[in-house]
Design a binder for this molecule. Structure first.
Ligand code: UDP
Length: 357
């Protein structure tokens, strides 16, 4: 059984689902944590994922209600279906289905294990630690994440480094990404624009932080004289109180093919997303992360990313610095290759068939 409910989970799991569907009896549970169609339903169609077996339709009105419903509703399905194993990816509230699963003795396999920002202000950091420590099998993307787990006394026999699944998704859909006509539709030229995403609670829940982001983007527009394209997350939209500066072109969230086409052709990407800096490095596009901490230091080490924080002047300096480098940005194979879904399926098969966790 896999339980998921947000945009990045659906995207990252898509090729793994393809493998599970043909080789296992696979029950798919969508919590609907990201409930708007452009953050959830659209990806099933585009990424060729079948309709899930269950939709928990969790109420995301507030934290307690959301977590409560995820636990209560996933428990019912877990007890009904009694899966051999529960597969969870990442650190969202949907992943907290690990709590009832663990309570009822269901083995948990955690993909994207071991990421640590060492910053407990992030709700995701709490979820990561909790899910990792409830899991029987931990599947980090990189050796860096594996080391984090070992430092927390998780036994090495439970850990397998499997690589980052996002690469497989981009490679599989290369043609569809190339065929996207989003540049023509938006009258954008290559390297002519900035691409923005920002939605993390520590950035958008406090109006002051959001204002800093907008003020930084205004300065970027003045300095670089390029268009600023911002597919805006509904979470962010719901928090905006003041008028958005005119120079920022806010559009609805895009489908995966249009969005990655925009990533590939951007002059620079400015984001607080976890996945977007990975995709930026894959496409060799400079990226500035507007956060105070990151669980993905590998992308900074690869030379593709600056962690700028939110201060407007610092954002401008960071963009200037990273876009002035003459070095070619390159994806490093050790971060992920095209074999993640094979590895995940092989590990699951070995464990389930022998019931040895
Ligand atoms: N994405 C998309 N359309 C958009 C913005 C992002 O398809 O308008 C994709 C993007 O390519 C990446 C994923 O959504 O694969 C990132 O999701 P998000 O930033 O919401 O989550 P995070 O990675 O921070 O967990």
């Amino acid at each position: 059984m896999s339980i998921f409910g947000t945009r990045p989970e659906i995207i990252r799991l898509s090729r793994i689902f393809a493998k599970l569907e043909t080789n296992f009896e696979h029950i798919m549970v969508n919590t609907n944590q990201n409930f708007t169609p452009e953050l959830n339903r659209i990806f099933f169609k585009d990424l060729k994922i079948r309709k899930p077996d269950y939709n928990l339709k969790v109420n995301t009105g507030n934290y307690g209600k959301e977590i409560g419903e995820i636990i209560e509703k996933s428990e019912k399905i877990i007890l009904k279906e009694k899966p051999d194993v529960l597969l969870i990816l990442g650190d969202t509230n949907s992943g907290l289905a690990a709590i009832p699963a663990s309570h009822h003795g269901i083995k948990i396999v955690h993909l994207e294990a071991g990421m640590r920002a060492y910053d407990f202000r992030m709700p995701e950091e709490k979820n990561r630690v909790l899910i990792d420590h409830l899991s029987s099998v931990l599947l980090p993307y990189t050796n860096y994440s594996r080391e984090n787990l070992i430092r927390e006394n998780i036994h090495t026999s439970k850990i397998y480094v499997v690589g980052n699944p996002i690469i497989e998704v981009i490679n599989y859909f290369t043609k569809q990404i190339e065929n996207s006509s989003v540049l023509e539709k938006m009258k954008l030229g290559t390297k002519d624009y900035f691409l923005i995403t920002a939605h993390r609670s520590e950035n958008v829940d406090d109006p002051k932080s959001l204002e800093k982001i907008f003020s930084g983007l205004e300065k970027i527009h003045l300095k670089f004289k390029k268009r600023i394209i911002y597919p805006i997350h509904p979470r962010t939209l719901s928090k905006i109180k003041k008028k958005i500066p005119k120079c920022i072109e806010c559009i609805k969230p895009l489908g995966f093919f249009d969005f990655t086409k925009l990533e590939k052709n951007a002059f620079c990407i400015i984001t607080d997303s976890g996945t977007v800096p990975e995709e930026a490095l894959f496409f060799g596009v400079p990226c500035v992360t507007i956060r105070e901490s990151t669980e993905r230091p590998e992308y900074i080490e690869a030379g593709g990313n600056i962690l700028s924080g939110l201060e407007p002047d610092n954002l401008v300096k960071s963009v200037k610095l990273i876009t002035s480098s003459k070095n070619k940005l390159e994806w490093i194979n050790s971060l992920g290759d095209n074999k993640t879904s094979d590895r995940v399926a092989n590990i699951l098969s070995g464990k389930i068939e022998r019931q040895k966790f």
